[in-house]
Design a protein around this ligand. Structure first.
Ligand code: SIN
Ligand code: MN
Length: 267
């Protein structure tokens, strides 16, 4: 899937794009069920909130067939190849659960400082491209973005190892307030199946989820092949060192897999 010149222009200016209904209801159903299966297992790649509910399932494209297919989906891989002008490798793959009642916050941050400081990524030539696996509403902890903040480049950060179960390089409140004064805050919401991509230096975060509605989002972090990480300090399942270019599967692979799984279940 290629982005239009208009989408590329909006991305460059605002730092993010949301494409509603990028995935069909049958694909969403398969992905949601697969995510629930993943979160029911216990393995080192699945991190918990301080409260004990699941927070993040890392690298499930290496152990779940649906997510193996998603990691090679043309709707996620091609837009980033287009933006970077070269093939990409998978730097990270994760599902954030933002569990009902107990999903914890993601503090205000840019992605690139964590990739740079923790993994030795040279340049912000990597990006998150994500798919909503549940409906994302104003009430269940949507991702909040500060439009145009990517134009400020990479900002000084502090290593916050105690707010949540997941260490992150975060921005101080004064800097966030300054950027929000200029760009405001948007919280893209929409039905499961929507696609959201945002620049590595776009400031973002999310509040906790105290509603009965989970807010699962799957994120692929794809990096330009010329931007290989140099000094990983995090486990391989968080910062991959397999730099094989990500290829794309035939466009109907995920839908066919959903149909096959349904037929299997009905048999
Ligand atoms: C992230 O910033 O990587 C994830 C934030 C979220 O899922 O709310
Ligand atoms: Mn982030």
């Amino acid at each position: 899937m290629k982005l239009t010149p208009e989408q590329l222009e909006v991305f460059d200016r605002e730092g993010w794009i949301f494409i509603p209904d990028a995935f069909s209801p049958e694909e969403v159903e398969l992905m949601r069920e697969s995510a629930n299966e993943v979160f029911r297992t216990q393995r080192p790649e699945i991190w918990m909130e301080k409260s004990g509910v699941p927070r993040t399932a890392f690298a499930c494209h290496t152990y779940n067939e649906c997510f193996r297919i998603l990691a090679n989906d043309h709707r996620l891989v091609e837009p980033l190849e287009q933006i970077f002008g070269e093939k990409c490798y998978m730097h990270q793959f994760k599902i954030n659960a933002k569990s009902s009642f107990s999903g914890d916050v993601w503090q205000w941050h840019q992605d690139f400082p964590t990739w740079h400081k923790d993994d030795g990524m040279p340049e912000p030539r990597a990006m998150n491209i994500s798919v909503f696996l549940d409906d994302v509403m104003p009430i269940n902890g949507p991702l909040m973005l500060v439009p145009r903040s990517h134009k400020s480049g990479t900002i000084d950060t502090e290593h916050d190892t105690s707010t949540t179960a997941y260490p992150l390089w975060t921005l101080d409140n004064a800097k966030v307030a300054e950027l929000v004064e200029q760009g405001g805050i948007v919280a893209p919401t929409g039905k499961a199946g929507g696609l959201l991509m945002f620049h590595a230096n776009l400031v973002h975060g999310s509040a906790g989820n105290i509603t009965p509605f989970p807010r699962k989002i799957v994120y692929l972090t794809l990096s330009a092949l010329s931007n290989k990480i140099q000094k990983p300090t995090r486990p391989e399942f968080i910062a991959h060192t397999d730099f094989t270019p990500v290829s794309t599967l035939p466009e109907d692979t995920l839908a066919n897999h959903a149909r096959a799984r349904k037929a299997e279940a009905a048999a």
